[in-house]
Write a protein that binds this ligand. Structure first.
Ligand SMILES: *[C@@H]1O[C@H](CO)[C@@H](O)[C@H](O)[C@H]1NC(C)=O
Ligand SMILES: *[C@@H]1O[C@H](CO)[C@@H](O)[C@H](O)[C@H]1NC(C)=O
Ligand SMILES: *[C@@H]1O[C@H](CO)[C@@H](O)[C@H](O)[C@H]1NC(C)=O
Ligand SMILES: *[C@@H]1O[C@H](CO)[C@@H](O)[C@H](O)[C@H]1NC(C)=O
Ligand SMILES: *[C@@H]1O[C@H](CO)[C@@H](O)[C@H](O)[C@H]1NC(C)=O
Length: 299
């Protein structure tokens, strides 16, 4: 008898007015940090109806979401950095957003606007305003942001120093990149401070941190995470297994996949083997086949 396990996963390609209002709250963030901007949906008479949630920065739309949409639309520079905090936790309104990997250029006037397309008048107010101040004494202008790439693809983490003369150093999970030969041969530190990994491998995920040191010895750091996705693969499959007659047994399938497996099948003598049709044989959660009792003639 010849049994083989075949794994598969779907690899998702992650991919794309000048009047200062009177009522504006000031918020403070530092480069590489985050800012939480609160906004309540505030439905008429408290009943949830179709709505449109929009966030602008200095008049430019950065986030737009219709309640019938599955995902929000984000302006270019903001993709991956703006997440909606829509679950109402922490006492925040369901229109709130979290801006992460804050850059100096994020400073400015933000407005949250909720409108009701099926209602007249469509808006209840002019919106909620915030002025975000970004600490200007930074050494880093553009910090790195989380990134997901496919195995074999190029990955880049930005870390643009304010003064291009300053030294930028990169660490992975606390270790200097240069001390990880397997990674260092594929990595490159670019003049603009970026760390470029030419062909990402499944061993590369982790936290990447840049340290920028100015001439006075002052240091600033910022970090982000890399995720590398790859097709599921069987990492170890014993060619032959001897199972004891009359005893329970399991056949293991050792696999590795990111994102996690969506589909795993066993083949027996070249044909799909479906344990649901065979008494005493079960799938375990980890993909192994479990036999209550091994008998000589199976199936
Ligand atoms: C906002 O995002 C940052 C960075 O991912 C995270 O550390 C922080 O907890 C988030 N804040 C909230 C309120 O979700
Ligand atoms: C909304 O803005 C207009 C002009 O921009 C102003 O006249 C009006 O008072 C504002 N309404 C509220 C509720 O702030
Ligand atoms: C970045 O990734 C880390 C680890 O996966 C996660 O905790 C953090 O929330 C992510 N930040 C953003 C802005 O997605
Ligand atoms: C940094 O330089 C590299 C190599 O020249 C380039 O590919 C990358 O786009 C640059 N990054 C930024 C943020 O300018
Ligand atoms: C899978 O789970 C079974 C029990 O449910 C266990 O016997 C077996 O060792 C596990 N296999 C792997 C590869 O973790």
């Amino acid at each position: 008898m010849w049994v083989r396990c075949v794994v598969a996963s779907v690899v998702a390609v992650v991919v794309g007015c000048s009047l200062l209002p009177l009522d504006v709250e000031r918020l403070q963030a530092s480069v590489g940090g985050f800012a939480v901007l609160n906004c309540h949906l505030d439905f008429p008479f408290g009943n949830e109806i179709p709505y449109h949630l929009q966030w602008d920065k200095d008049g430019e739309t950065i986030f737009s979401w219709y309640s019938s949409d599955s995902a929000p639309r984000l302006a270019d520079r903001w993709g991956g950095r703006v997440t909606r905090l829509g679950d109402g936790r922490l006492g925040l309104g369901r229109g709130s957003i979290n801006v992460s990997a804050v850059r100096e250029t994020d400073a400015g006037l933000y407005r949250c606007r909720v409108t009701f397309p099926n209602r007249t008048p469509p808006a209840r107010n002019n919106g909620t305003f915030y002025f975000l101040d970004v600490d200007g004494s930074n050494l880093i202008v553009t910090p790195p942001m989380n990134s997901t790439v496919l195995e074999g693809e190029r990955a880049e983490f930005e870390c643009m120093p304010k003064n291009l003369e300053t030294i930028v150093q990169w660490y992975k999970d606390g270790t200097p990149i240069g001390a990880i030969p397997e990674l260092a041969t594929r990595a490159e530190l670019v003049e603009n401070g970026s760390l470029v990994i030419r062909r990402a491998e499944s061993t590369d995920p982790g936290e990447y941190e840049c340290h920028v040191q100015d001439t006075d010895g002052q240091v600033q750091s910022a970090s982000a995470f890399l995720d590398v996705q790859y097709k599921a693969k069987v990492v170890y499959a014993p060619k032959e297994r001897y199972l004891l007659h009359g005893r329970p047994a399991s056949l293991d399938c050792h696999f590795s996949a990111n994102p996690p497996l969506t589909n795993l099948r066993w083949e027996k003598d070249g044909f799909l083997f479906d344990p649901y049709n065979v008494q005493g044989v079960f799938y375990s959660r980890n993909g192994s086949l479990l036999f209550n009792v091994v008998i000589i003639i199976m199936l």
